[in-house]
Design a protein around this ligand. Structure first.
Ligand SMILES: *Cc1c(COP(=O)(O)O)cnc(C)c1O
Length: 375
């Protein structure tokens, strides 16, 4: 990108071949769920080591259907983190269950596995770990707890597609895994998501949940035996996904390189840096933490960055301090580490099209903005 252009914190990268493949779908006469969706599901399944994978029009829908497949509903509790996009917790409320937030480990900014057992009650049915910024939650510890207490695990891997745990790609092992194809994620379908499942039975139920609970028969009739929704993906979207999936590894490789450069050039010692995991993370985001002394000045910092032509984001406000979750009894002060990170976190630009000059420009803007704040 040129020096003076505004640098957003992220931007999807869609090549001309993919754009042409979308045009082909538009000319084909078949726009909704069809051959392109089946092709993308097959490619995703191959990547998941042959496990069944099904598409939907958002990862939020995939999360909700995962909870339904696990049989979770009224009276059940689900353990998760408040340091995530609010969708992670909303789906728990949506199925009538109760979200139970466990604080994060400040080193990883992910749910602290050491605190999970204390939050388990006889009503606990599942854990939803979130790989914030693409850094994988410790799968060994999560699955050890799940096995001990007979809990389901729904991995919110919306941000961590292509990341791995101890060399095993996420989605190739574990219980239920969701990925998101929102335009900000490491690959996109415009909007979309998918669920990796354990069996053909789960996949059949998922297919019903995403389209009105309907099973079609060869004679043109159908039956409806569960309450399904309307969340199927279009072939237009799947065509984008097929073009993106081919490039996912290259995208993630480039993100890793850019993240390395940030570590080389971000020398401000007062900043909190992410865990430098170049083996496992897919570097979905690069998030710095402002020093505690500047937490109340974050909005000024973001404004100074914008004036320098640098886009930023806040991912995320702590879920438990939003109005809806206060209505459910949650309060400031209940999750100290989550709240401290939520108050200070700033997402800085990281996307495959960036170059070394962009990274240095961001680092300079951060240094200048910090100087102005403390002047
Ligand atoms: C993006 C995201 C979701 C939801 O994905 P959509 O496809 O937008 O529904 C859920 N959880 C996390 C952690 C996310 O980042």
């Amino acid at each position: 990108m040129t020096q003076m252009e505004f640098l957003p914190f992220t931007r999807p990268e869609v090549d001309e071949e993919t754009i042409a493949s979308v045009a082909d779908v538009l000319r084909s006469g078949w726009l909704t769920t069809g051959p392109r969706c089946r092709e993308l599901e097959a490619a995703l399944s191959q990547r998941a080591g042959g496990r069944p994978v099904r598409l939907v029009n958002s990862a939020t829908a995939a999360l909700e259907f995962a909870l339904r497949i696990a049989g979770i509903g009224a009276g059940d509790e689900v353990i998760t983190t408040a340091m995530s996009w609010v969708a992670t917790a909303n789906v728990i409320l949506e199925v009538g269950a109760k979200p139970v937030f466990v604080d994060i480990d400040p080193a990883t900014r992910l749910i602290d596995p050491a605190l999970i057992e204390a939050a388990i009650t006889p009503r606990t049915r599942a854990i939803i770990p979130v790989d914030l910024a693409g850094l994988p939650v410790d799968r060994d510890r999560i699955y050890a707890i799940a096995e001990k207490y007979r809990l389901r695990v729904i991995e919110d891997a919306a941000q961590s597609q292509g990341a791995n745990w101890r060399g095993k790609e996420l989605g190739t092992f574990g219980d239920l895994i969701i990925f998101s194809f929102h335009p900000n994620k490491n690959m996109t379908t415009g909007e979309g998501g998918c669920l990796v499942m354990n069996s053909d039975d789960e996949a059949r139920l998922f297919e019903k949940l995403r389209l009105q609970g309907v099973t079609r028969f060869a004679d043109g009739t159908y039956d409806c035996d569960v309450l399904g929704g309307k969340a199927n993906l279009t072939d237009i979207a799947a065509a984008i996904g097929l073009g993106q999936l081919k490039r996912l590894d290259a995208f993630n490789q480039k993100r890793r390189q850019l993240a390395r450069l940030y570590f080389e050039h971000l020398s401000a010692p007062e900043l909190g840096l992410p865990l430098a995991d170049f083996k496992q993370s897919n570097w979905h985001m690069f998030q710095i933490l402002l020093p505690k002394s500047l937490a109340t000045q974050r909005s000024t910092f973001l404004k100074l960055m914008a004036e320098a032509g640098i886009g930023t984001g806040v991912h995320y406000p702590a879920i438990h301090t939003t109005s809806l979750y206060r209505q459910h009894g949650w309060r400031e002060g209940m999750l100290a580490h989550t709240e401290s990170v939520a108050a200070r976190t700033v997402t800085i630009p990281l996307f495959p099209r960036m170059n070394d000059v962009d990274v240095i420009r961001v680092c300079n803007a951060i240094r200048q903005s910090l100087l102005q704040l403390t002047a």
